[in-house]
Design a protein around this ligand. Structure first.
Ligand code: ZN
Length: 271
């Protein structure tokens, strides 16, 4: 089995200091937290930015400070979120691609999030994909529902993305696909042959989904973006979530990929 690629999603758009005192918010905090996670075995950092008041932000200066800091401090793969919570227009969501991260997230359909519609109309998806292809940025297809797999495959047929694709199955978010083994298995069997995939279990589903993915040959995302607890009632630190999944993988006989190995596994051009 391939080595395990561990992604850390340290911040996201939602968690606040009130909910978890360890969530990194400023660029400096995000860089330091990611550096500790990479030390613990993460090879991909999935990045969102927050402004001075802790609100999700699409500001380029914040994304620049984070990516430059990460490049100085780590050799990790930087994956910038093009999610819409921090701005909804194509311009707001694609500007940060100019920082040339190796990867960026791309959601190929719309979904009802608990706080409102996460709108990804087809023209916006195609424009983001096309910009990523121009800049040689590998998309991570964010899959909240099975139909989004087809939305990603269609981008390849349209010449807007290159196979093999990489997917992230986001399971257990209220309003989207539930975190069950059956759903995970179905998604893993539905992606085009040769694809790689990661699973992000939301909340209490993070740990069991990670263990299934380790055993199935998939990859794993952990972090406070998806889950703020280490166990029931105990606020997590990102580094502890990474260290736990690394420990579990090794116990289950799955080696953990370095950033260089992750580049090869994910088919990044820098490999
Ligand atoms: Zn995200």
């Amino acid at each position: 089995m391939e080595k395990l690629v561990v992604t850390v999603a340290p911040t996201g758009s939602i968690p606040s200091r009130e909910q978890n005192p360890h969530v990194p918010l400023t660029p400096r905090e995000i860089v330091e937290d990611c550096a500790a996670c990479v030390e613990a075995g993460a090879s991909v950092c999935h990045i969102h930015a927050r402004d001075e008041r802790g609100r999700p932000s699409g500001r380029l200066d914040l994304f620049r400070e984070i990516t430059e800091g990460l490049r100085r401090r780590t050799d990790a793969i930087i994956q910038i979120s093009t999610g819409g919570r921090a701005g909804s227009t194509l311009e707001e969501r694609s500007r940060r691609l100019d920082l040339r991260p190796e990867m960026a997230s791309l959601t190929t359909g719309s979904v009802n999030f608990p706080e409102g519609v996460y709108a990804n109309p087809r023209d916006l998806v195609e424009a983001l994909a096309s910009r990523m292809r121009e800049l040689n940025i590998k998309p991570e297809m964010e899959i909240f529902d099975v139909s989004m797999v087809e939305g990603a495959a269609a981008l390849v047929r349209q010449g807007l993305a290159d196979a093999p694709l990489h997917f992230n199955f986001v399971l257990g978010l209220r309003g989207a696909l539930p975190a069950t083994i059956k759903n995970l298995l179905h998604l893993a069997e539905t992606v085009p042959p040769g694809s790689t995939w990661t699973v992000s279990g939301i909340g209490r589903h993070q740990l069991p989904m990670a263990v299934h993915a380790i055993l199935m040959g998939g990859h794993v995302r952990v972090g406070l973006e998806d889950n703020i607890y280490y166990r029931k009632g105990v606020p997590a630190r990102n580094v502890d979530l990474v260290a736990r999944v690394v420990r579990l993988a090794r116990e289950l006989g799955r080696e953990v990929a370095s950033p260089a190995e992750a580049r090869r596994i994910l088919g990044l051009s820098g490999a």
